[in-house]
Design a protein around this ligand. Structure first.
Ligand code: NAD
Length: 349
């Protein structure tokens, strides 16, 4: 597909991340947000109004993706619907000849990942999953440093959210798990750093707090992995930190190689603020405003995708690697069901 100098962009799912994505994309030179879709119209209308307030033309608003795509208003689509609602939108975009940037996780089922991947490859459009951790400066630096450290040995990655996230922020927490929502980022990061795939997983979980609040999802999930090359890794996620914790997400990654170790601690987010009401680390690494403009790894990942649409270059995050993250997590959830180790299915070539 030919590069597009001035990509016209649509967003489906105008909740928290769709909003952040539209604002980030609207700040990209040459790109214009021309269409928004959301199942319920008021949320899309309010984002359209916010874009006008930011000095942009008002995007068209739809409640159905088919209508948005049929209107022929977009060259690229950002999919920011809940975790289990990504695949159909990716397929529809590809079939309409539209490039697609899909929120993480790519999909929550391997068959969905396969049909979405197949649709994009058949269309010859660009596809990328928004694993924005690869744009966190320290994580990208780790990739360069790791090149001199020899064979991967061990990884440990913890990503834990405060209770506020599944109980107040996400209305659909019961349709996903903390592992899909949080560890997907870490599995993408570690497989990228190790340049290796996971062969087998075994997982365990603890439930209670969230079920007690009527949300049918585990409080915490622990996944242990063995990589093709022999390295081992643990991925932990948890959704029940107290809301007094000074940051919404506690994130720590350690990767050990034969020649050294790299530790990546995001707990403090580079900034500490204490006032008379709280001690906190406001969000800084992924999403922030810098002199009035959107900034941070989330913004940079979206900018990278739009650069690829403009130049035709392949995105840094391939849909094949994102399909692997889905396969690892699907195997982990199968292990939660069976209680034993599960092999990760490789891609059909
Ligand atoms: N990249 C990141 O760092 C990051 C961070 C948080 C969330 N996410 C991901 O972003 C996605 C969206 O999360 P969110 O926090 O914005 O959720 P949200 O609930 O705030 O927004 C989802 C929106 O999608 C709409 N919607 C639901 N189903 C739809 C459908 N079938 N068609 C059209 N609209 C539909 C809802 O009405 C809602 O407005 C999730 O996959 C989540 O895991 C990514």
């Amino acid at each position: 597909m030919l590069p597009t100098d001035h990509p016209r962009l649509g967003v489906i799912g105008t909740g928290l991340m769709g909003r952040a994505a539209a604002i980030a994309a609207g700040a990209h030179p040459g790109a214009t947000v021309t269409a928004l879709a959301n199942r319920t119209r008021p949320s899309a209308d309010s984002l359209a109004d916010a874009l006008v307030d930011d000095g942009h033309d008002r995007p068209e608003v739809f409640t159905r993706l088919d209508d948005l795509l049929a209107a022929g208003l977009v060259d690229a689509l950002i999919v920011a619907t809940p975790d289990d609602q990504h695949a159909d939108a990716v397929v529809a975009a590809a079939e309409a000849g539209v490039h697609v940037l899909v929120e993480k996780p790519f999909t929550t089922r391997v068959d969905d990942a396969d049909r979405a991947l197949d649709a994009v490859r058949r269309a010859g459009t660009l596809g990328m999953c928004l694993f924005n951790h690869r744009w966190v400066p320290a994580y990208a630096q780790a990739k360069e440093v790791a090149a001199g450290l020899g064979a991967p040995v061990l990884a440990y990655a913890r990503k834990n959210d405060t209770l506020h996230v599944p109980t107040e922020m996400l209305s659909w927490a019961g349709d996903t798990t903390c592992a899909w929502f949080l560890s997907s980022h870490d599995i993408d990061l570690v497989t990228w750093l190790f340049d290796d795939d996971v062969a087998e997983v075994v997982a365990s979980a603890r439930s209670g707090v969230l079920r007690g609040r009527g949300i049918d999802t585990p409080d915490a999930v622990q996944i242990q992995c063995r990589f093709d090359g022999g390295a081992v890794a643990t991925f932990e996620s948890c959704w029940v930190y107290p809301d007094t914790f000074p940051t919404m997400t506690d994130s720590f990654v350690e990767v050990v190689y034969e020649g050294g170790v790299i530790q990546l601690d995001r707990l403090a987010e580079n900034i500490t603020v204490a006032d008379h009401s709280a001690y906190r680390h406001p969000r800084n690494v992924l999403l922030r405003s810098l002199h009035g403009r959107p900034s941070g790894a989330y913004h940079d990942a979206i900018g990278h995708f739009l650069d690829c649409v403009q130049t035709g270059a392949p995105p840094l995050v391939t849909l094949e690697s994102s399909r692997h993250v889905t396969a690892v997590l699907a195997a982990a959830h199968e292990s939660l069901r069976t209680g034993g180790p599960v092999r990760v299915p490789s891609a059909v070539v």
